[in-house]
Design a binder for this molecule. Structure first.
Ligand SMILES: C[S@@+](CC[C@H](N)C(=O)[O-])C[C@H]1O[C@@H](n2cnc3c(N)ncnc32)[C@H](O)[C@@H]1O
Length: 252
């Protein structure tokens, strides 16, 4: 075996612990230079992402748990979470802090919302999902997380879940693949979002028009947002991780 290969093997040696927890001997986890409660390891130009596990020992989607200096971190996969993909592309997300009240539209089975729950650990996230099967999985996967409130509801009708939302909303996060996704976001923001609050909106061009060029769809969706009086702060292309997707950061 070459000395380099031997060194790589030693570096990547994994020590398996009970309960599927993995401790990597060479991982040096540190705080992200720009974003609160987001952590990285590896080279700054090509880092791995983590969030600190709010419920130590608990996994949501089979992610790796890593203990470093007495704290447990959950590896955050950009191919499974568009928020992670966005963070790797250096967005304007400095407003993401521990106390936020969030409305999450399209919570699915809990992958991204669970990492958001690690980040806004002192706040609350109302997770709206209309598929009953996904809602069952969401409840199973996140029932220990006291800052997530699952809501079975249709994001097309924001007023229909008003009784379940009892704090002003600082952030609306939307990831639903629907033809009217920009309109759904605006209606929810008009209804719930504080003035100066933020919207993070994943736009999937294929769900809007599967024939038209993605770039044209993105321009059209941005116009809908601006026409409604919202300001687009950032537009991040995440095609590297999720085909035909951009993510917009928008302010009310
Ligand atoms: C792309 S998945 C979301 C993945 C999730 N954000 C994550 O990263 O973990 C889209 C989800 O939106 C849900 N959805 C689609 N249209 C919806 C609507 N009108 N109201 C509520 N949920 C909706 C789907 O059932 C699906 O679970």
């Amino acid at each position: 075996m070459s000395p380099k290969l031997r060194l790589d093997r030693i570096k990547n040696k994994q020590v398996k612990k009970k309960g599927g927890k993995v401790k990597l001997s060479n991982i040096n986890i540190r705080t992200h230079p720009r974003f609160s409660n987001v952590y990285i390891s590896g080279l700054p130009q090509n880092p791995k992402l983590y969030s600190k596990n709010l419920i130590p020992g608990n996994k949501v989607y089979g992610e790796r748990l890593i203990t470093f200096k007495g704290e447990e971190y959950r590896e955050w996969d950009p191919f499974r979470s568009k928020l992670a993909a966005m963070i790797l592309e250096k967005p304007s997300l400095e407003f993401l802090t521990k106390d936020l009240s969030c409305l999450y539209l399209g919570a699915s089975s809990g992958t991204t919302i669970s990492h958001l729950s690690d980040i806004v650990y002192n706040g609350v996230i109302y997770g709206v999902e209309f598929a009953e099967r996904s809602m069952r999985q969401l409840i199973q996967n996140t029932d220990k997380r006291k800052n997530i409130i699952p809501i079975l509801g249709n994001a097309n009708f924001p007023e229909s879940y008003a009784k379940s939302i009892f704090t002003p909303i600082d952030l609306v996060y939307q990831d639903i693949a629907q033809p009217n996704q920009a309109q759904i976001a605006i209606e929810n923001c008009n209804y719930y979002l504080k003035n100066k609050g933020f919207l993070i909106l994943a736009i999937k061009s294929q769900s809007i028009d599967s024939v038209e060029k993605s770039e044209k769809i993105y321009i059209q969706e941005k116009k809908i947002i601006e026409k409604a009086g919202y300001v687009i702060i950032d537009s991040i292309n995440i095609h590297k991780y999720a085909a035909n997707h951009i993510i917009l950061t928008v302010q009310k």
